[in-house]
Design a protein around this ligand. Structure first.
Ligand code: ADP
Ligand code: XUL
Length: 518
């Protein structure tokens, strides 16, 4: 039994938990908010908001500074890192970091007298990192698909059609537009494998969970796919770390962290995974049967899969399950983004948002719906932003709140039917999951009970559980300790409301189809 550190570098923050796996408790929980704590990067939500033509990039130096700041803060608050047996992490998926061939050499010589940002800034061959919100690579997706013989082939090989935010199309765009910088790149990391490399003091592998979100990994062989590599960019194989199972150890922690923060030289590092694969572990959903909805900046729906099954419409994805096997994932970009837009438009707090959704308006909203796609959407793929209301009248605040929530979850239900699973309950997580108004709409739209876990941040907890699993602890035992539903917080569906949504579903699909084809 051990003390393990789980880190999570998400869109907006870097978080850490320390788990005591013997007692089954979270002993520390800290975080750094990129916008609030590091305002000098001018990325208030964790990314540069001035990108044109769908480009969304973040500054990788901000992530490095956040890591030092988090560890300084934790030390200041009395955390003793010398007792940590293992560390692993979770990263926002798809984002990539481009490093020159001196990266390993610099990592090996990091001095505890300076900081990560200062010492590693010279290693970047691209000053910014495209992240998952980027939708600028439509052209490159088409080129990759054509080069391998069509999107059906890309999907059969990699688990997803060529997707704008996925790393392969992003790499292709970089290689085309900045050929010199691409040539100077020695290694391309995901956010997850970048952080894992910093901790290990050397370039480490990309795990099968996050690797599957690149349009480069072959799902059957769990290795880089020669055809996809060739279709993406010249000489790419040499610039990618190897793929490895998510529970792989990557050696003792770098001396930088031993000297600077007092980690034990025998603290093990376990390679990182993506935030959704980590959340699957943290939610106790590593075995097929549980469906999870994560309500973060984006909303995602995911579940472990017995066999890799791909989405015939091309919106869903298959990733590696960190516990072995596969998981499905569907990402809805306008999750909290859309809810926040309505909240802001009507000057509401979250409490008012919740109360209005429940009490001021009838279930079904008298038929008023919306297509809540403020930003270009991923599921379904709509490349222009801007909400569309089904009825042309002034929406009062309660009506608008209900329209956004009901439409978001009708859209989620419509686009998850291909999974063919009928869960008996859905587990929710993420920043918005505490909101009972939102949770009740999900229960009613899907017609199942909703549970929440007794711990904050399933991706961070999942990263900690993966660290413990990596040093030999039993995953089922960890799940029984850390992934238990909160008592007294189950929300059951209301049968009358379920009937309303059952008949609203075809109407929503028609509304969407009409809007799409016009
Ligand atoms: P990420 O991991 O993508 O950074 P989080 O899971 O931390 O995101 O969720 C952050 C989001 O949660 C915020 O953008 C905010 O909109 C939303 N949120 C926070 N509290 C509430 C609440 N009480 N009701 C609804 N949404 C909330
Ligand atoms: C998943 C996706 C997002 C990010 C958010 O495909 O793009 O959920 O992982 O961090």
């Amino acid at each position: 039994m051990s003390l393990v550190l789980g880190l999570d570098s998400s869109t907006q923050s870097l978080s850490a938990v320390i788990l005591d796996t013997e007692k089954g408790i979270v002993v520390a929980d800290h975080s750094v908010n990129f916008g609030g704590d590091l305002p000098h990067y001018n990325q208030p939500h964790g990314y540069d908001e001035s990108g044109a033509r769908g480009e969304v990039h973040a500054n990788p130096l901000m992530w490095l500074e956040a890591l030092d700041l988090l560890l300084v803060r934790m030390t200041g608050e009395g955390v003793d890192f010398s007792e940590i047996d293992a560390v692993s992490g979770s990263g926002q998926q798809h984002g990539s970091v481009y490093l020159k061939s001196n990266f390993n050499e610099v990592l090996a010589k990091l001095s505890a007298k300076s900081d990560l940002k200062t010492q590693l800034s010279d290693c970047l061959s691209r000053s910014s990192s495209p992240i998952w919100m980027d939708s600028s690579t439509g052209e490159e997706c088409g080129e990759i698909a054509r080069a391998v013989g069509g999107n059906e082939i890309v999907c059969a090989k990699s688990g997803s059609v060529a997707v704008e935010r996925f790393t392969g199309p992003q790499i292709r765009k970089f290689a085309k537009n900045e050929p010199n910088n691409y040539r100077q790149t020695g290694v391309i990391h995901l956010v997850s494998s970048f952080f894992a490399s910093i901790l290990a003091g050397k370039t480490v592998a990309i795990d099968h969970g996050d690797g599957a979100g690149m349009n480069l990994m072959n799902l059957a062989s769990l290795d880089w796919d020669q055809d996809l590599l060739k279709a993406t960019a010249d000489g790419l194989k040499e610039k990618l770390p190897p793929c490895a199972p998510s529970s792989s150890k990557s050696g003792a922690i770098s001396p930088y962290f031993v000297k600077k923060y007092g980690f034990s030289p025998s603290c093990e590092t376990i390679i990182w995974s993506g935030d959704n694969p980590c959340s699957l572990i943290g939610m106790g959903a590593a075995s097929p049967g549980k469906v999870v909805i994560s309500l973060g900046t984006s909303d995602t729906l995911f579940a472990a899969m017995p066999e890799p099954k791909t989405d015939p419409n091309g919106f869903g994805h298959v990733f590696g399950n960190p516990a072995g096997g596969y998981m499905s994932l569907i990402c809805f970009k306008n999750g909290s983004l859309a809810r926040e837009a309505i909240k802001k438009q009507y000057s509401l707090g979250w409490e008012a948002f919740e109360i209005r959704a429940l009490s001021e308006t009838p279930i079904g909203n008298n038929g008023a719906m919306m297509l809540p796609f403020y930003e270009p959407e991923i599921t379904p793929a709509i490349d222009t932003g801007g909400p569309v209301f089904s009825e042309e009248h002034e929406y009062l605040s309660g009506e608008a709140v209900r329209a956004v929530l009901e439409s978001q979850f009708l859209n989620m239900r419509a686009h998850s039917e291909w999974l063919g699973v009928s869960p008996s309950r859905i587990y929710i997580t993420g920043g918005a999951s505490e909101n009972d108004g939102i949770a009740q709409v999900i229960a009613n739209v899907f017609g199942v009970s909703i549970d929440r876990l007794d711990v904050p941040g399933s991706a961070t907890i999942g990263a900690g559980m993966r660290a413990a699993h990596g040093i030999g602890e039993d995953l089922a035992d960890l799940e029984s300790k850390f992934s238990q539903p909160k008592e007294g917080r189950t929300l059951d569906p209301d049968p009358a409301a379920c009937e309303v949504y059952q008949s609203a579903l075809p109407t929503f699909k028609e509304f969407l189809a009409k809007q799409f084809s016009s």
